[in-house]
Design a protein around this ligand. Structure first.
Ligand code: ADP
Ligand code: MG
Length: 367
């Protein structure tokens, strides 16, 4: 296993003049499971392919362990990659698929190779499939074989490129657990790419968020959730998304008043939350961000509350999501035993300690 150091990595593609990855630096600890997430086209696959040695960086360096591998060919890197489409050899059996990499990249003898394949097959619970060909397998079984083929090589680094995207929701959940179990057991260093923020949040020790080829933020999932550095991260992480609304900011003596949605609502922030912020008073350059769980229903007409009409009630099991209309829409998460219907008038307030303000122009979190 190994530590990975990525320094100022850049990839330009001549076709289409694309900068797929721009000045990306990352440190991945030995045994750490890092998830990389972002929308389609943000450079996730290109980043992984550079780590694997399948794509040559335009600039920057990659170190795996103590070795600078930037110019080392893929086959000479101790890296295994698992793909969305499994990439199994169709004419080889499961056994042969798993053994092939060992044959190419090690000088283990036949007995030793067989021992390793059987051991990995047992770990993936596919020992009964060893004589089958890929087209006899279900999607889930194919992905188990692809994982088995990766672990059999005992590589320094595992790379996963959206490996569960082709599986149905239930299987995806159980495979996530499986991959985490393997990671714990084998103490593997892994970079796991996904476009699914939920998957990234639940699986990663650390989550790396990309947009437009650029690093937006990295940190523990709770850190990123609670302290998003900009509006992009705030909106991308969490489901349903954070509520956003443009606000005017003005000082009312000791308090800071936020007014939004063409006067549809206003909210006073108490002094304790105003100090130390970079917020300029008397300005309309801000977007208020508040997560659905921080929009709280209060008694009708309670002091400092905002009154709204319920547009939609969306039940999701233990919670309901209420769509609240105050010229602009807020989604609130409430317990499902709170009985409310579309058309009902309710009062709500924001949990002050979880309010974010983003600069209009830069999107930076300033509060
Ligand atoms: P993701 O995996 O996050 O969806 P990719 O890394 O595949 O993103 O792509 C990042 C950007 O680079 C996209 O704009 C994509 O069109 C472009 N790109 C990827 N591979 C190539 C290539 N071989 N040639 C030209 N452009 C490419
Ligand atoms: Mg991709």
């Amino acid at each position: 296993m190994a530590r990975v150091s990525v320094n100022s990595l850049r990839k330009e593609f001549d076709t289409g003049n694309v900068v797929a990855v721009d000045d990306l630096s990352l440190e991945i600890e030995d045994g750490e499971f890092v998830t990389v997430v972002g929308p389609s086209g943000c450079g996730k696959t290109t980043t992984l392919r550079m780590l694997a040695g399948l794509e040559r960086p335009t600039a920057g360096t990659i170190k795996i362990g103590d070795e600078n591998v930037t110019d080392v060919h893929a086959k000479n890197r101790d890296v295994a990659m698992v793909f969305q489409n499994y990439a199994l050899y169709p004419h080889k059996t499961v056994f042969e698929n798993m053994e092939f990499g060992l044959r190419m990249s090690t000088d283990l003898n036949e007995t030793e190779r067989e021992r390793r394949v059987v051991e990995s097959a047992e770990m993936m619970d596919i020992e009964d499939l060893l004589e089958d060909k890929p087209d006899e397998l279900s999607g889930g079984q194919k992905q188990r074989v692809a994982l088995g083929r990766a672990i059999v090589r005992e590589p320094d680094l595992f790379l996963f490129d959206e490996p569960l995207s082709n599986l149905d929701a239930k299987l995806r959940t159980s495979m996530r657990a499986e991959i985490q179990r393997l990671q714990n057991e084998l103490e593997i260093t892994a970079v796991y790419v996904t476009h699914d923020q939920h998957e990234a949040m639940t699986m990663g020790d650390r989550i790396v968020i990309l947009d437009g080829g650029e690093l937006q933020q990295q940190g523990r999932p709770t850190e990123v959730y609670e302290n998003p550095v900009n509006e992009f991260v705030a909106g991308f992480i969490g489901s349903p998304s954070m509520n956003f609304v443009d606000v005017d900011v003005e000082s009312t003596g000791s308090r800071l008043r936020l007014t939004g949605a063409n006067g549809g609502f206003s909210f006073d922030l108490s002094p304790a939350y105003v100090n130390n912020s970079e917020v300029a008073l008397d300005s309309s350059r801000y977007t208020l961000g508040i997560r659905p769980e921080n929009v709280t229903l209060v008694d009708p007409g309670a002091a400092d509350s905002i009154t709204a009409t319920i547009d939609v009630v969306e039940p999701v099991g233990s919670d309901n999501f209420l769509h609240l209309d105050v010229n602009s829409e807020f989604i609130a998460r409430v317990d499902s035993d709170v009985y409310l219907e579309p058309g009902d008038r309710v009062s709500f307030t924001f949990d002050e300690s979880n309010i974010h303000l983003f600069d209009h122009e830069t999107g930076h979190n300033v509060f």
